[in-house]
Design a protein around this ligand. Structure first.
Ligand code: HEM
Length: 338
């Protein structure tokens, strides 16, 4: 074979390889444009300070004072990410900001993010977003709550808008079909939804969110037929029909339930001991029941929950030059400092 023939043959062979590489580079680039989140985004951006370690210190100290912060932070991240994406818009104070919306009235954990932000700002001013602090703090809380550790992605920027009327989160009467629709709008599947609802294995609700299930469900004069009768009796004693006191009810009725993030939530659903309407419906609706059954009986919950939390944390994020890095999580930057 002459040398010109050999080089022509090599060119023909190389062409698809080059095309493939180009496609790969372009796809990656496009991917980066869609979401530039990455693990360890702050590595090297704050000198020798380790941002994730600082946040872990704050969350751990708070956890030992009050282990219910695990539930608080999980719900905070969910309520942030589902409104305008994970942009810390939930943290902004104001007479009509997201936190004033009815669905957010009992949200907790704002002060934990404030504390982490104050320390981080001292060692690394204007670099670490409040949105990332929520994601990092929640990851640490999951670990402390016994849910295992996942690598958290960072690189989010903070949003500029926070309005109560943007809050379209569902309340205690939410059904599975309408919840699936809402999650789909955020790019999450019904399976993602069932896995994320595993967060209800920690934390509490109030009688006002479940009374409709206990006395006159759908005007039948009886409790919701899908509640275990023993549980219904117990809940009725905690939540008397005509009492105006809004008592606390654990979302997971196992003895250590409300403090440990595990698959006991799904086990409870399988025996009709779900507390919120959405919880029990997951086990009764055919479209979600299979996933509930699988999670109740497998050891897979932590890994699945970690993956779903990473997905939740990537919803409609602002990156690059979008948004801002707020200096105080509760207020937009003044024009001169942004
Ligand atoms: C269809 C979706 C969901 C609905 C309808 C829903 C509804 C609710 C309701 C009604 C409460 C009780 C609030 C109260 O009475 O104060 C609650 C609590 C809670 N939710 Fe959800 N939720 C959903 C999804 C999620 C997700 C995806 C997460 C986290 C990943 C989450 C985490 C929590 C936690 C941890 C609590 C307890 C909060 C505390 O103890 O302060 N929820 N949820």
């Amino acid at each position: 074979m002459s040398s010109s023939e050999a080089s022509a043959k090599m060119k023909v062979k190389a062409a698809p390889v080059i095309t493939l590489s180009l496609v790969f580079i372009l796809a990656n680039f496009a991917g980066l444009c869609v979401s530039a989140l990455q693990e360890g985004f702050y590595r090297g951006k704050c000198g020798v300070a380790d941002v994730e370690l600082i946040v872990a210190g704050v969350v751990t100290t708070r956890f030992f004072m009050d282990p219910t912060i695990v539930a608080a932070l999980l719900r905070l991240q969910f309520h942030d990410c589902f409104v305008n994406g994970c942009d810390a818009s939930i943290l902004i104070d104001g007479s009509n900001s997201e936190k004033t919306a009815q669905q957010n009235h009992r949200l907790r954990g704002y002060d934990i993010i404030d504390e982490a932000k104050a320390i981080v700002e001292k060692v690394c001013p204007g670099v670490v977003s409040c949105a990332d602090l929520i994601a990092i703090a929640t990851r640490d809380a999951v670990l402390l709550g016994g849910g295992g550790r996942y690598n958290v992605q960072t690189g989010r920027r903070d949003g500029l808008v926070s309005l109560a009327q943007n809050v379209s989160l569902l309340g205690p009467l939410a059904s599975v079909p309408e919840s699936i629709k809402l999650f789909a709008k955020k790019g999450l599947s019904a399976t993602d939804m069932v896995i994320l609802l595993g967060a209800h294995s920690v934390g509490v609700t109030r009688c006002s969110s479940i009374k409709h299930r206990l006395y006159n469900y759908k005007k039948t004069g009886k409790p919701d037929p899908t509640i275990d009768p023993f549980l219904a009796n117990l809940l009725r004693s905690i939540c008397p029909q005509n009492s105006s006191v809004d008592n606390i009810v654990n979302l997971d009725q196992m003895p250590l339930g409300p403090l440990i993030l595990d698959n006991s939530y799904y086990k409870q659903l399988m025996v009709n001991r779900g507390i919120l309407q959405i919880d029990q419906e997951l086990a009764t609706k055919p479209c979600t029941r299979k996933v509930v059954r699988k999670l109740a009986t497998s050891l897979d919950f932590p890994a699945q929950f970690h993956a779903a939390m990473v997905k939740l944390g990537a919803i409609e994020v602002l990156t690059g030059k979008q948004g801002e890095v707020r200096r105080h999580c509760r207020a937009r930057n003044k024009p001169s400092s942004s």
